[in-house]
Each structure stands twice: as C-alpha cells, then as structure tokens.
Design a binder for this molecule. Structure first.
Ligand code: SP5
Ligand code: ZN
Length: 349
C-alpha cells in the first residue's frame, strides 16, 4: 500500500504526562511510529515523504488564532525564561462554562488553557514541526486517493482526532484525519465517510464536522461515561443543523469483546453504505488491542486483519490515518495487519 511517513515525528518528544497527580512517562512516544515504519518496511511497503503543504486545508479545519498560537507556542514559552527550554509547559486553568473564551489573555499559561481540553497533551520544542509534517503526510495520502489510488496510509504521530477547531487534547494538536477528509472534499469528492476506530471517541473530528452533511462521522469507542474524553461521544449526539443525522456514535462498555466490537463495525459499515460515500477516511487507532496499556477492549492482532478486510468490502477509495495505540512493540504488526487485510480482501473481490 502507498504509505507516507512523517520524517519530523521524532521532534515531538515530550518526556512526561500526569497520572493521578504524579508525572509519569509519556505513553505517546516516538518509538510508536518507529515500530510501524519498521513493520511496513519489513513487509515490503515503501515509505514516502510528504509531498504537499496542508496549510490551506488546516485553515479550513482549525481557526486562525489556534494555528497562530500553536505555531509560536514554544517561542512564547522560551520568551518567559530561557530555562524553559528544559521544562514542559502545562495548562492549569481553563475557560469552562460562564468564562470568556473570546478574549485571548496575555499570560502564556492562560492562553495554553484557552487552547487545550486537558493537561494531558504535553508539548516540546519540535511539536509544531512534527504536527505540521504529519498534516502534510495526511494531505499527501488523501491526494493520492483523490487522484485514483485504491488506498493510502499516513503513518504519523502525534495523533490528531482529539484536536478540535481551536484546541489540542488527548496527545493531539492538528486533526490529520479531518485534513484528509477536507482534502478529498476540495478535490471534488461530494461525500466523505470518516470512520474512527480508535478506542477513544474522536471528539475533535466530531466537532469539526458536526454541522456538516458532506462528511459523515462515525466512531466506535469506549463509553465516555467511564473512558477518555468523557465529555463527548454519547449515542444521542447525531449532528446539528445541516449536519443533523450525519454523526453516529457507537459507544461500547469497557471490557467489550471482539465479537461485540465487530457487531458495532457492521452497524458502522451499513451506515456508510447507505450514505453513498465517494471515499472513506479511517482514523486508525490501534488501542482497541487487547494488550493496550491504557484501554479496555479486546481485539487481537488477527482481528486487525479482519478489520482491514471488512473495510475493503465497502469498496471505497480509502485513506488510513494512524491515531492512538500504546502497546508500542505490537503497533507495527497491528497496523500492517489492517493494511494487508484490506489488500488481501481487495485482491479476492
Ligand atoms: C489519540 C489517543 O489515543 N489519545 C488518548 C488520550 C488519553 N488520555 C488519557 C490518558 C490516561 C492515561 N491513564 C493511564 C492509566 C495507566 N494505568
Ligand atoms: Zn485512543
């Protein structure tokens, strides 16, 4: 399969995140992408460098002031003190209900809170460079598909699906899958289906497309009553305005078996077929894996091959975008299994 990698992903390398008030090592670490790249090469898939600038499409899915903040955040952080070069910034205050988010405070940490949904998305010196190159890789994969490729894979980190129009969160900064979907729309695909199979609800992607009918968003994920991101992802969120009826959430309890997970996948596939999509974008999180350290579904490595085969059965030009998945050593096998399940099923059709 055509696969784009992110040559700058390693420049996003924060050291720690918070868990129950303590600093713990980051789960979203550079070796995740390295394992996937290694597995792709071992199994004969070539890796291409990004070949397009995603900037115009980023401006369609994120707000100007958020993009401006993100691009300059590290230099603003250093301007507070040169010693900050060795310190990770974290937000500590957020504009929740009744507080104003229309006025940007001058204080850097207050602005960081304005543009964040959690304190679980640490930044480092190269975060913007890595995130931007990842969005370029997603645009490049989408463009190949728009120009006739059956499928393409974007192997990148940091992930993207928790990043909304004007905020970061859940290890995500720029919404790569939204970039891919918007790129396909700009290239003339009238209706794009975006299926998110990451363990965590793709709240950022949902919010970006919630009032639109030209991108159908479907997510299979851990029930937000108990699982991150907690404040979005319920079954009664079905879209608004023009987008009414074009958002489908399939939350499943923590501990759900693979058999039940594949039942939900059938519901998702039925909705995609009914929608009449011209292309499919898959937010390919691999944290539904039984061995994932922060998630509680039970898919095996073989189940990821089955997932790829089922998606091929939709018969749509498909862009796969890597999202979460924290069992790093198994991430390569699980990602390539999806792609090979897709290609094998494609070959027998
Ligand atoms: C893209 C993606 O998968 N983002 C997930 C963000 C999850 N953030 C919350 C992480 C909570 C980690 N809890 C550690 C439990 C260790 N037993
Ligand atoms: Zn996830």
């Amino acid at each position: 399969m055509i696969a784009f990698h992110n040559p700058l992903h390693h420049r996003h390398a924060p050291v720690h995140e918070f868990f129950r008030g303590e600093r713990v090592p980051c789960f979203e670490k550079p070796d995740r992408a390295q394992y996937v790249e290694d597995a792709l090469r071992e199994r004969g898939h070539d890796l291409l460098a990004p070949e397009l600038d995603s900037q115009p499409v980023l401006a369609q899915v994120h707000t100007p002031r958020y993009l401006a903040f993100l691009q300059s955040a590290w230099s603003q952080w250093l301007a507070l003190s040169p010693a900050n070069a060795a310190v990770q910034p974290f937000p500590s205050v957020w504009p929740v209900r009744t507080l104003r988010s229309d006025v940007e405070p001058d204080n850097f940490v207050a602005r960081l809170g304005l543009y964040s949904m959690d304190n679980g998305t640490p930044m480092a010196e190269g975060t913007w460079a890595a995130a931007k190159a990842g969005a370029d890789a997603a645009a490049s994969a989408a463009d190949r598909v728009a120009r006739g490729a059956r499928a393409a894979f974007c192997c990148t980190r940091p992930p993207g699906h928790h990043a909304g129009p004007d905020f970061m969160g859940g290890y995500c900064f720029l919404n790569n899958a939204a970039v891919a979907a918007q790129w396909l729309r700009n290239q003339g695909v009238p209706r794009v289906a975006l299926l998110d199979v990451d363990y965590h609800h793709g709240n950022g992607t949902q919010s970006i497309f919630y009032r639109r009918s030209d991108v159908l968003f479907i997510s299979i994920h851990g029930d937000p009553c108990t699982e991150y991101p907690f404040y979005l992802g319920h079954a009664d969120e079905t879209g608004e305005g023009e987008g009414a009826g074009f958002n489908l959430n399939l939350p499943l309890p923590a501990g759900t078996s693979a058999a039940e997970w594949f039942d939900a996948l059938e519901q998702a596939c039925a909705r995609i077929a009914q929608y009449g999509a011209g292309a499919l974008v898959v937010s390919l999180g691999l944290d539904a894996f039984e061995g994932d350290p922060i998630s509680r579904f039970a898919l095996t490595s073989a189940d990821f091959t089955r997932l790829g085969g089922r998606l091929a059965g939709l018969g749509l030009p498909t862009v796969f975008v890597l999202e979460g998945g924290y069992a790093a050593a198994e991430l390569g096998t699980n990602a390539v299994n999806v792609l090979e399940g897709f290609e094998t099923q494609e070959a027998v059709q």
